[in-house]
Write a protein that binds this ligand. Structure first.
Ligand SMILES: [Zn+2]
Length: 570
């Protein structure tokens, strides 16, 4: 089957296998959902427009991710009206939300079409631009004093293109002018109908930010978004920069970094957009707020707490809102299910102006994502890899509590200037830090009576089982590299052991100490501001040997379901 000159690389039987045996549904809410039925009529109408806006954002993310995405998606949609092969390929396209992507198992990306390439700079940069050429062009621009254009090229919100031997940048508000204006319209309509003033204010700012080439507008929209704690509806435009692998190469080039520093230019990787729409779940939100109350006390227990300024000072000043959300739509970055889906997300990230100018963060937990999963497979996994006496402690809700600790963990530690200085290693170290903060601090939640001793064991065991990897992780997967490092450290310091049957045994009384020391290491690396130190730490603990291969083999044999079918009804 050929679509617009590109042959589908996966034959029908392969696609059948992927769809029937390797795919899980993530079922979002529909009109029969209680939380939907109890919304006011205005909020229901508002939700409709927010869902429309989210779908337009998906087109933008497709364009940012790969130059062929939009064209070939349209081609697949057309062909699938009459052709089964195209229809099946479209299902996998929608799971990856792109023409290619990692599936979390294979080291190479799954490619839906033959003869398509993966690009380090995605579609943000010219596809034939190498890191060396990129750096050379930047040096020339510095020599010529083209400061304003340099800033535009190295901004998080521009698409970069060639003009002869040079590069120039197009701000997102120009490159995506048509889409941004349509989204702004939908947001204004949503604000017209919605019942909540705070939410409407945010939507107004967000709409304006889409219409103006002005980072300050994003900052204001982000600040209004981050303070929302008590609104019926949830809407987010996410901007995260994990995908771009070209901009971060600058941090490996010391001479270039120094020159840019002198000029006051801080290169930022390009943002991939995502959109999330939902209804805030009151009960789930209340549980999360119980954990929040502990944060200022926990900040004092952080390693090297006297060596940097704590962002969290006193209980009332914690600029962090948190909500548990029933999801109606996931689009763009959120729907690129390339090895998993995120179950919670704390935004804005450190590179954003809102954070740099003292704005807060908002953390949103994804109920429908965390509730989707394969119970039968979990049971088989325990039988294969965990010593029997620990099975009773495996519990999915315990993972949710770990996640709350992880997300809160991002709010502890040295500020963003320390993190960013670690260059391409910053995300690995930061995710690693958030994980060990969560685990090392769990004892404190027992002390304050929020969780029981039994819960603590469940959290430890469930976390450790979630560290097991289906394949050797790559640097583009910071969470997975972190998982490998935790596993190796726990093993080296005997918090876990492999028993004579080849199964994992857990020494509960060592977990706290080993993870707290890991946290100490991570903070030390961030305080060093040294990519070399970061690399040393990562290399030391991310070795991949026969034990890991064995675990990966067992996991694969259990049958992994890496592909997702996000079912939307609103
Ligand atoms: Zn995280």
């Amino acid at each position: 089957m050929i679509i617009d000159g590109y042959k589908i690389a996966l034959d029908e039987s392969k696609l059948d296998e992927m769809i029937n045996n390797q795919m899980t549904d993530v079922i979002l809410i529909d009109k029969n959902f209680e939380g939907y039925k109890s919304l006011s009529e205005g909020d229901k109408k508002s939700l409709e427009h927010l869902v429309k806006a989210s779908k337009i954002i998906n087109d933008i993310a497709l364009e940012q991710d790969h130059p062929l995405n939009r064209q070939l998606k349209k081609g697949l949609e057309r062909a699938s009206e009459t052709n089964e092969h195209a229809k099946k390929a479209l299902i996998i396209f929608n799971s990856l939300n792109g023409v290619l992507g990692l599936n979390g198992i294979d080291e190479k990306p799954v490619k839906i079409f033959e003869n398509i390439e993966e690009y380090a700079g995605h579609n943000y940069y010219p596809t034939d631009l190498s890191a060396d050429e990129f750096h050379n062009i930047l040096f020339k621009m510095i020599e010529r004093g083209e400061i304003r254009e340099l800033k535009n090229i190295l901004s998080a919100r521009s698409m970069v293109r060639r003009k002869n031997d040079e590069l120039y940048a197009i701000d997102y508000t120009e490159y995506f002018a048509k889409e941004f204006s349509e989204i702004a319209n939908e947001l204004e309509l949503a604000a017209h109908y919605s019942s909540n003033k705070e939410f409407n204010d945010f939507l107004g700012w967000q709409a304006q930010a889409l219409l103006q080439n002005n980072e300050d507008m994003d900052m204001l929209a982000d600040k209004h978004w981050a303070i929302m704690q008590d609104t019926p509806l949830e809407f987010t435009i996410s901007r995260e920069n994990y995908d771009d692998q070209i901009t971060p190469t600058i941090f490996d080039n010391e001479k270039l970094v120094n020159k840019l520093n002198e000029l006051g230019i801080s290169p930022t990787p390009k943002d991939m957009l995502g959109a999330r729409v939902g209804i805030v779940n009151k009960q789930g939100t209340n549980l999360i707020l119980e954990f929040k109350k502990q944060m200022s006390a926990l900040a004092k227990l952080m390693p090297y707490a006297d060596k940097y300024e704590q962002k969290i000072d006193s209980g009332d000043d914690i600029k962090q809102t948190m909500v548990d959300v029933d999801l109606a739509s996931l689009q763009g970055d959120y729907a690129q299910c390339r090895g998993g889906m995120t179950i919670a997300q704390n935004l804005p990230n450190d590179d954003k102006l809102a954070i740099k100018t003292g704005g807060g963060r908002r953390n949103v937990y994804h109920r429908q994502v965390r509730m989707s999963g394969d119970k039968e497979r979990e049971k088989k996994l325990l039988d294969a890899l965990l010593a029997k006496e620990f099975h009773q402690y495996y519990d999915r809700e315990a993972e949710h509590i770990f996640t709350i600790g992880h997300e809160n963990g991002h709010s502890f530690g040295p500020d963003s200037s320390y993190k960013i200085a670690l260059g391409i290693y910053q995300h690995i170290i930061e995710e690693y830090k958030a994980d060990v903060t969560s685990i090392a601090m769990m004892k404190e939640y027992v002390k304050s009576g929020i969780i029981s001793e039994d819960d603590l064991k469940k959290i430890y065991v469930t976390w450790i089982m979630r560290l097991l990897l289906k394949s050797k992780p790559q640097h583009i997967q910071p969470h997975r590299i972190g998982d490998l490092m935790h596993f190796n450290r726990l093993l080296r310091f005997k918090a876990i052991e492999i028993n004579e049957d080849g199964k994992i045994k857990i020494n509960f009384d060592k977990i706290h100490e080993v993870t707290y020391n890991g946290l100490e290491n991570a903070i030390r690396v961030q305080l060093s501001k040294s990519p070399t130190e970061a690399k040393k730490f990562i290399d030391e603990f991310s070795t991949w040997n026969d034990l890991h291969k064995h675990i990966a083999y067992v996991l694969l044999k259990l049958g992994i379901k890496p592909y997702k079918n996000i079912r939307m009804f609103l």
